[in-house]
Write a protein that binds this ligand. Structure first.
Ligand code: NAG
Ligand code: NAG
Length: 255
């Protein structure tokens, strides 16, 4: 959703709370949901913008650029890439890219013992990886927002609960906790382990990016420099205006 940046929501929330006298609350949906149905669009008074957005959206059925990030949750380079390249790119280009996150990285499976994994950045990383695996499994479309929210926080694991409450209010925290502390989380991590160990070529570091299932060093370099430009370049169907900079006469709903 490019027309209504996410920070605007926070701003509205902050203003709404501090100014009790605000005449009329906005509709009860965040901007990411405004164009989901005609009914919501009407309620949020963005019908015209949504119709335009739908009209300029890339045609469905075109092959999307498949971006997969292999990472581990507390690796500094992964956090920088995730929060400063991947998330902003996905925010702008989610209509032309299909993003998959694989939290595992340089983790190792232990043959036995109390904890089934050993993580490069310690036990806290193992817990955070598993939490993110559960969120990816349970939170659907909201999961990337939540993982961005966690990774951009001071303490990623502590941030999980408020981030889930903010971006997936309907998801029960008990379900997330149950997954992250039980067999389901371990199973999800084993799946991520298998995917990571199956990489060809084998990953030598993280963040490790594959595009359309392939890893190439020069593509990795481009992804690290500007994932946004890389995804725009690789999208073969008619490129969206956000890639080309072509001006479209949109109703911007100025306030
Ligand atoms: C935009 O398009 C989607 C998918 O085709 C549709 O479900 C949705 O209702 C449309 N939104 C509006 C506001 O027309
Ligand atoms: C995105 O990729 C996954 C597999 O990585 C696939 O199952 C899914 O269908 C793809 N989604 C779209 C919209 O192409």
């Amino acid at each position: 959703m490019t027309l209504w940046p996410r920070f605007a929501v926070h701003l509205l929330l902050v203003m709404g709370v501090s100014e009790g006298s605000h005449p009329k609350p906005s509709c009860p949906y965040p901007p990411s949901q405004w164009c989901r149905s005609l009914q919501i669009a009407i309620e949020c008074q963005v019908q015209k913008q949504c119709m335009e957005l739908n009209a300029t959206r890339p045609s469905p059925g075109r092959p999307l650029v498949e971006v997969t990030l292999y990472y581990e949750s507390l690796c500094p380079g992964c956090r920088v890439f995730l929060t400063q390249q991947l998330y902003p790119t996905w925010t702008m280009l989610q209509d032309i890219m299909n993003l998959t996150l694989v939290p595992y990285g340089n983790t190792q499976e232990l043959p036995s013992g109390t904890s089934p994994f050993s993580c490069q950045h310690g036990e806290a990383e193992c817990q955070t990886n598993m939490m993110e695996a559960c969120i990816l499994h349970l939170a659907g479309d909201a999961s990337l927002h939540i993982i961005y929210c966690m990774e951009s926080s001071t303490h990623a694991l502590h941030a999980a609960r408020p981030c889930v409450a903010l971006y997936a209010p309907a998801l029960s925290w008990a379900a997330v906790e149950c997954c992250a502390q039980g067999g389901q989380g371990v199973q999800l991590m084993k799946d991520h382990a298998a995917r990571t160990q199956g990489l060809n070529p084998t990953h030598s570091h993280v963040p490790w990016v594959t595009i359309d299932g392939e890893h190439r060093e020069e593509v990795q370099e481009k992804a690290m420099a500007s994932l946004f430009h890389l995804v725009c370049d690789l999208y073969k169907a008619r490129k969206p205006p956000v890639c080309t900079g072509v001006q479209v006469k949109l109703d911007r709903s100025l306030c």
